[in-house]
Design a protein around this ligand. Sequence first.
Ligand SMILES: C[S@@+](CC[C@H](N)C(=O)[O-])C[C@H]1O[C@@H](n2cnc3c(N)ncnc32)[C@H](O)[C@@H]1O
Length: 247
Amino acid sequence: MYEDFAKVYDELMQEIDYDEWADYLFRMTLNASIPIKKILEFGCGTGNITLRLAQKGFDVTAVDLSEDMLTVADEKAEEQGIDNVRFFKGDMSNFKIDDTFDAVMVCCDSFNYLENLEKVESFIACASEALRPGGLLMFDMNTPEKYKETIGDNTFVYNFDNVYCVWENALKPEEDKIDFDLSFFVRRKDDLYERYEEQQSQFYYPVEEIFRLLKIPSFKNQKIYDFGTFLAGGALSDRVQYVAEKR
Ligand SMILES: C[S@@+](CC[C@H](N)C(=O)[O-])C[C@H]1O[C@@H](n2cnc3c(N)ncnc32)[C@H](O)[C@@H]1O
């Protein structure tokens, strides 16, 4: 997963307002009871949020499962002259580091790759372990409502300057998951197109069920926001943002 996809990921995501996304996370850190300076980010991908947070002055340790995504992120950090970020290959549901952080973040669909509730619990335990008291666990999640009502079994086509992408979805409600079948046609220098394919799945969970998993003794002040706002989120939101404070 996210091998050849890494080459075209940024072009396909060009409509996402990452500046606004990073600002939203930044504003959330201002509500913490300790100053937030050191961030551990899981599922950092090509570093779109990572590098923006580093530019805001945070020291970011960024982790991803995909070596190809990390390579792109690392190259971008170097190009932009950003040196307050370090990248590691790792799995958010099974990650140990001999360090502590003021915040642990997961952004933009990465959480929805966790395949079952055991992995979600294990991710929450890893985050708890990595946080110092007063630190924040912050992650967003696409809701079942979004997968069922917006994405559904639809096929989307994207036609960008250098990439033509067909993204077919197959909803599997009995397994609470959706299968993506992606075909990318990437323009080469000679104007011919090379085809790449990728299959992947995302998983969805009831909003309240994940909230329940956050209600453990090591966390307090748990909140669910309607993503992009500081208003209460819930089952009817497309994306929710969870925040919890480490005791
Ligand atoms: C949709 S991308 C999001 C990337 C980035 N956060 C962004 O905003 O553009 C999802 C990323 O999560 C990573 N990922 C999926 N499961 C993961 C896991 N268990 N641990 C760490 N990274 C994971 C994938 O490799 C991919 O780079």
